[in-house]
Every structure is written in structure tokens, then in C-alpha cells.
Design a protein around this ligand. Structure first.
Ligand SMILES: Cc1ncc(COP(=O)(O)O)c(C=O)c1O
Length: 436
């Protein structure tokens, strides 16, 4: 039995002024009863807007205005015309308030923005052409010459490239820390620290940051936080609810889900999104095209089903790998042997697909033979699509620099897609037998 207090502007399924007790299993019915109540009262916002099925299937869609078509139209236009100079002037004054030119907003992209904002329980969202563009805009909008950034060690490659190769030109420095402990953040803060960059879990080591603690610390010092939530998606982790200012995702991965489009997402307050939209988004021109936005809406429709399926397959594959004599480590945040498993359970409601292994004989030769012997795990970057993938860390290291005593050089990252577990396990079994 759960006691529920409903608030009018609350999270998933809450309505103002009502306190009641319910079984967990009754929550779904309760939510739809609240939706009906709100419809009767003329208040169609809260509970319904926060139901995941509603968000994915209906929110933001205006079917009556496009012939009751179930799939939304792709508004493939660069431009929008106006009836008067006064209207045009209004659009210039507040470009985020309507449609002027597709480098800014577009109706198809807006459907996606609404859904992604609601999934993150954020006020607003901007969708970019890819995840790197979203990171770039989120960082640039919140730093100025002479500032200092704290970043977790080994963030996504192109975030690190921004910190190491672009920001120093403006006198902006970055300190990389082991983000697993709050003390390391406290120690790294300087008087000019304006931004903290997080990625939890990291997509190679799966290291987590204590998100609530970092967010509270940053807020107390007026420091903006951005968290790359690509691994979890809003389905498995809610950074905004934990106090993070900017939640970022590469929609190229799980949101798209089919390895056929790129996209990047930032969510946060409307004020923050407007600030980014009016400068970095428009100036760099890094917004998504209407067609790619439409593909991401389509990808979202099956997100829950894909994550559920991949969660199950990941477990089967990991169970197989953990007992295999040639496998040394399996690094996966939802595994009870994972160093930060307790924190993972506190912050994440799930995790799947991507994990790292090492071989008992982690030489360059055996790693190469294993990876090249796989027939169904494709040797490629990225993840989150339908197809299983493998990439060894050594692919980014010159052979003469490979250091077998450095465990990270031995990392082999696997991504489990939508294939059958037995198909993938047979492939792994064969490749492991061929590795030295
Ligand atoms: C964790 C993580 N963040 C961000 C990105 C960048 O996303 P995109 O490739 O869409 O630019 C990637 C891409 O691989 C990633 O793995």
C-alpha cells in the first residue's frame, strides 16, 4: 500500500489537494481516473502529460489539423510566410514564439521537442542535428572567457575535444576529476568555476556520479550542471528531477533506435532553452532537419519495447559471459558486482545494451582475434540501434602505444541490439574460442 499525495503541477500522475492510499498495481488506473477528472474540470495538463504512453503516442500531435493522419506530417519547409509586417516584426522579436525559418523552429521538430521535454519532466527542450552539437551549445551558452569547468574524466570524445582544443582559446580551463566521489567535486571548485560536465554512467567505464549531491553542491555555488544521460534515456534516469540544470542526450542512440539518423537533445527550464536558442542554436545553425525529427518521433514510439527487449537480452548475454573461462571482467552498472551498484540502483531504474568486458588474456592479439571473429556483432562505433556492435579500446590506440598492463587499453565494449540472445551468444562463444 502506498500513500499518494497529489499536487496540481506534480510529477507522473499527481493532482492537487488529494491524498489517498493505493496499491502500487492500482497506480495506472488511478492515473487515468485523474486524467478523466482533469478533462471534466477543463484542466488537461498534468497527470495525462506525464504518462509515458500518452507522451510517446499523443502529446504534441494535432491530428485533427492534418486529416486525422496517425503519423505526423514532415513539414519540409525552410521558410514560413506572414500576412503583415506587424506579424513579421513579432516573429523577429521572439523567434522562439512561432515559426519564422526552419533554422529556428519547425512544426515537426516541435512535436519531438514536446515529447522529449515531457519525458525528462523538463519545462522545455531543444533538438539538435546530433549529440555533439547539443553538448557544444549547452557548454558555450554557459561559459565566458576566463571561466573554469569541472568535467568527469573521460567524457564523450567530442566533449573533451571542446574542452581541450576550443575553450582554451578563450582562456577557459577544464579540470578533469574522478567523478565517483562528491569530495572530488568540492576540491576542484575554484572561484571562477561556472560549469560542471557530467556523464552518468560513462559509456566505457560506466562510472557514475552521485547526481543529487553534485547538483546540490553546484546550486549552492551558482554553477550550471549538464549531464549526458544518453546511456539511460529519460526512461531509466531523470536528471532534472535530481537537480541537474541541463539534461543532454544523443538521440542518435536509443531515441532513434535504428542507426539511420542523428539527433541531439537538451532539456531544462524554458529560460535556459530560450537563452541557448537565441544565440548558440541559431548562430551555429545546429538544429535538426524536419525529416530527422520525424524519424526520431517514429523511433520514440518503440523506445519502451526496445529497451525492455534489450534489457532481457543484455542479461542473457552477460550471464553467459560471466561464466566463460576466457572472460575476465564484465563491467555493467546494473550488475550486482559493479563497484557502484548501490548508487546505480538509487539513481537509475534500469540500464541495458552497452557494457565492457576484458579477456583473461588481454593482449592486443587476442583482443583483435576476438573482435574480428565476431560475425553478428558489427565492428563499429555508436550504439543504441537494432544491431549489436563491438569496439575495442585498442582501436583508438596506435599498436606501439598499446600497454597490456593498462586495464583500460584492454577494454572491449559490446552493444547488444534487438537480435535473439541465442544468436548473439553463439557468435560470442565462437569468437571467444578463436581468441588466444
Ligand atoms: C555518450 C555519448 N554522448 C554523446 C555522443 C554524441 O552524439 P552524436 O554522435 O549524436 O553527436 C555520443 C556518440 O557516440 C555518445 O556516445
Amino acid at each position: 500500500m502506498k500513500e499518494v499525495i497529489c499536487l496540481s503541477k506534480g510529477k507522473r500522475g499527481e493532482v492537487k489537494g488529494i491524498r489517498f492510499k493505493a496499491q502500487k498495481s492500482e497506480m495506472r488506473n488511478l492515473k487515468s481516473a485523474i486524467c478523466n477528472l482533469q478533462l471534466t474540470c477543463g484542466n488537461q495538463t498534468n497527470a495525462m502529460d506525464s504518462d509515458i504512453s500518452y507522451i510517446i503516442n499523443e502529446l504534441g500531435e494535432d491530428r485533427k489539423n492534418y486529416f486525422n493522419a496517425v503519423a505526423p506530417p514532415i513539414m519540409q519547409t525552410s521558410n514560413f510566410n506572414f500576412d503583415s509586417i506587424a506579424e513579421l516584426r513579432k516573429a523577429f522579436d521572439d523567434e522562439m514564439g512561432g515559426y519564422l525559418y526552419t533554422r529556428g523552429l519547425n512544426p515537426t521538430t516541435d512535436i519531438l521537442r514536446k515529447k522529449l521535454a515531457a519525458l525528462d519532466e523538463a519545462e522545455d527542450c531543444l533538438v539538435f542535428g546530433n549529440g555533439a552539437a547539443a553538448i557544444f551549445a549547452g557548454v558555450f551558452a554557459n561559459v565566458k572567457a576566463g571561466d573554469h569547468i569541472i568535467s568527469v574524466r573521460n567524457p564523450y570524445t567530442w566533449a573533451q575535444r571542446t574542452f581541450d582544443s576550443i575553450l582554451p582559446r578563450f582562456g577557459i580551463t577544464t579540470t578533469y576529476i574522478d567523478g565517483t566521489k562528491i569530495e572530488n567535486f568540492e576540491a576542484a571548485i575554484q572561484s571562477n568555476t561556472s560549469f560542471i560536465y557530467l556523464e552518468s554512467p560513462n559509456s566505457w567505464t560506466f562510472a557514475l556520479q552521485p547526481i543529487r549531491q553534485v547538483a546540490a553542491l553546484a546550486k549552492s555555488k551558482n554553477i550550471i550542471t549538464l549531464l549526458d544521460n544518453s546511456y539511460c534515456t529519460p526512461i531509466y534516469q531523470q536528471p532534472i528531477a535530481m537537480g541537474i540544470d541541463l539534461c543532454m542526450q544523443t538521440a542518435t542512440k536509443y531515441i532513434g533506435g535504428h542507426s539511420d539518423t542523428l539527433g541531439g537533445v537538451l532539456t531544462g527550464t524554458h529560460a535556459m532553452m530560450k537563452k541557448i536558442f537565441e544565440v548558440e542554436y541559431l548562430a551555429v545553425g545546429s538544429g535538426i532537419s524536419p525529416f530527422n525529427a520525424w524519424l526520431l518521433v517514429r523511433g520514440l514510439r518503440t523506445l519502451l519495447a526496445r529497451l525492455e527487449r534489450i534489457t532481457k537480452t543484455t542479461k542473457d548475454v552477460i550471464d553467459f559471459l560471466k561464466q566463460h573461462p576466457k572472460v575476465d571482467q564484465v563491467i555493467f552498472p546494473m550488475d550486482e558486482n559493479f563497484a557502484q551498484y548501490d548508487l546505480a540502483k538509487q539513481q537509475m531504474t534500469g540500464g541495458c545494451g552497452l557494457f565492457t568486458i576484458t579477456l583473461k588474456n588481454g593482449t592486443l592479439d587476442s583482443i583483435t582475434r576476438f573482435c574480428e571473429s565476431l560475425r553478428h556483432f558489427l565492428l563499429a562505433v555508436s550504439w543504441g540501434g537494432h544491431e549489436s556492435l563491438v569496439i575495442p579500446k585498442c582501436a583508438g590506440i596506435k599498436p606501439q602505444d598499446f600497454d597490456a598492463s593498462n586495464i583500460e587499453h584492454q577494454y572491449i565494449r559490446l552493444y547488444v541490439g534487438l537480435e535473439e540472445s541465442s544468436y548473439l551468444i553463439a557468435d560470442l562463444e565462437e569468437a571467444l574460442s578463436l581468441a588466444n
